[in-house]
Design a protein around this ligand. Structure first.
Ligand code: ADP
Ligand code: 5GP
Length: 219
């Protein structure tokens, strides 16, 4: 008997939403979910391990991978390049695992075009204030980088309507339940479009209010 059909699960969110935390929780619950390790030109953060968190590569090597057709998708995000190797999809497909891609909205658009069975999910923060607080609490970015990420968040959140599913990461366990439902082929989490648009407008207004009170951006 052949293995059940799996699919790549694409998660996108504005930086700081809690996507990595949520992905780890899903992985804890479902060992058949495997993280897609991207290639990036970003320098490693403290504690990050090459080959586990990312393949940390030079700009030359990143360019070579694109030229050789090794990437499903790639994008420039916050001033660095990131891309997903095709190899990740091939290997997990062969093993009957779900590949979890933690990629930005530009990457999600490319995957949508190339891997039609992929299921894409946009994760929203419960509020603009929560998003700013989570970004600050993580404490991995300098203040000017933080402000840039928050500014970018407005544009990223505007893309939520393109995604098949939208999940609010308010309470981690609840949001993880929704992701688990998607793996079981249940759960139409898409909010009615007018409600989603109102939600997006509210979040963007809250982020702008926060940026208005934040230190001037030099990034
Ligand atoms: P992302 O990967 O989206 O950039 P992270 O997973 O690094 O975000 O989370 C950013 C911060 O928010 C972390 O400090 C994390 O512990 C916290 N966080 C994540 N999910 C939640 C949640 N549901 N409630 C409260 N805090 C959260
Ligand atoms: P970070 O620098 O915080 O690890 O990631 C920054 C952003 O890059 C996140 O939004 C993350 O989803 C995105 N990202 C990580 N890997 C990839 C990738 O392979 N492709 C694309 N398009 N985006 C990625």
């Amino acid at each position: 008997m052949s293995a059940p059909a799996t699919f790549p699960l694409v998660l996108s969110a504005a930086s700081g939403t809690g996507k990595t935390t949520l992905a780890r929780e899903l992985r804890r619950r479902r060992p058949d979910v495997v993280f897609s390790v991207s290639a990036t030109t970003r320098p490693p953060r403290a504690g990050e391990v090459d080959g586990r968190d990312y393949h940390f590569v030079s700009i030359d090597e990143f360019g070579r991978m694109i030229e050789a057709g090794e990437m499903i998708e790639w994008a420039e995000v916050h001033g660095n390049f990131y891309g997903t190797p095709w190899k990740n999809v091939r290997e997990t497909r062969a093993r009957g695992e779900y590949l979890l891609l933690d990629i930005d909205v530009q990457g999600a658009r490319q995957v949508r075009g190339k891997v039609p069975e992929a299921v894409d999910v946009f994760i929203l923060p419960p509020s603009g204030h929560d998003l700013a607080r989570r970004l600050e609490a993580r404490g991995t970015e300098a203040p000017e980088v933080l402000a840039r990420r928050l500014r970018n968040a407005r544009d990223e959140i505007r893309a939520a309507g393109e995604f098949r599913h939208v999940i609010v990461n308010d309470v981690l366990a609840r949001a993880a339940d929704e992701l688990e439902k998607l793996l079981r082929g249940e759960g139409a989490s898409v909010a009615p479009v007018p409600a989603l648009e109102a939600e997006i407008d509210r979040l963007c207004t809250e982020i702008e209010a926060h940026l208005g009170t934040a230190a001037p951006d030099r990034g």
